[in-house]
Design a protein around this ligand. Structure first.
Ligand SMILES: [Fe+2]
Length: 247
């Protein structure tokens, strides 16, 4: 199992508004489309939109726009909520059937002999139910497993995001993850910056945003760039590689 190369496009924190008005002076719709229509995304097996599809508070127009853009793609598109999403509104546009359990969206997805897990950290924590489920399901999988969630499960060395918006129950989450022997790579977003960090046995990959990048050295919000950035992931027999693209 797992010998076929799996290519995943990860587009994160697209922050689409209700209508076509610019978001903080940025054409976030155009930014998203630059990523979606880029050569780097073209030959993917799977596309993951890892949260904050909507700009502020689950604007329906945001989901309508994103759904219209991805509905005819030839590859599966998986979405997870971020802290600016509303699951009930998201579910009106994306097929989340069987993925919502007690108001949280978490699920397992198998593709090309690999097992991917998706957790819901939209409220700023990962619930105990999800952690219990992950532990039980991971134990059933032989070989490595890969996990997507909106919030990084650890501090990343980003002064602004770490101090204000990091995952609230990261100690609890890290303790559970540390027990899961076959969990090797965790893919997140939320920080509007690219990071690759070691967290014990696990590698944490933090995807940048298509909306904007936030300066990681400043203690307050400082815009670093309004150019869209996104990530491509390759999972092979004994390797995981990521690449960041920008326009
Ligand atoms: Fe976020």
């Amino acid at each position: 199992m797992g010998c076929k190369l799996l290519k995943i496009g990860q587009i994160s924190d697209i922050h689409i508004g209700e209508d076509e008005n610019l978001v903080q002076g940025i054409d976030v719709r155009a930014n998203f489309l630059k990523a979606l229509r880029s050569k780097s995304i073209e030959d993917m097996d799977l596309l993951v939109l890892s949260g904050d599809l909507a700009n502020e508070d689950g604007e329906p127009g945001a989901y309508r726009f994103v759904f219209e853009q991805v509905k005819d793609l030839k590859v599966p598109v998986l979405v997870i909520p971020g802290n600016h999403d509303r699951l009930d509104t998201m579910a009106q546009f994306f097929d989340l059937q069987g993925k919502i359990h007690g108001e949280k969206c978490y699920f397992k997805y198998e593709i090309a002999g690999q097992t991917l897990f998706f957790l819901d950290s939209a409220c700023g924590t990962v619930s105990k139910d999800q952690l219990d489920w992950l532990k039980a399901e991971a134990a059933k999988v032989q070989g490595e497993i890969f996990l997507f969630m909106h919030h990084p499960p650890c501090l990343c060395g980003h002064r602004f995001m770490d101090s204000r918006y990091s995952l609230k129950n990261k100690e609890e989450v890290q303790a559970v993850f540390a027990e899961i022997q076959n969990l090797t790579h965790i893919f997140c977003g939320h920080y509007h910056s690219h990071f690759e960090l070691d967290m014990g046995r696990q590698k944490v990959h933090v995807a940048p945003s298509t909306q904007m990048q936030i300066d990681s050295y400043a203690p307050n919000f400082i815009l670093k760039s309004s150019a869209p950035e996104w990530m491509a992931i390759e999972i092979g027999e004994n390797f995981v590689e990521t690449a960041v693209y920008l326009r």
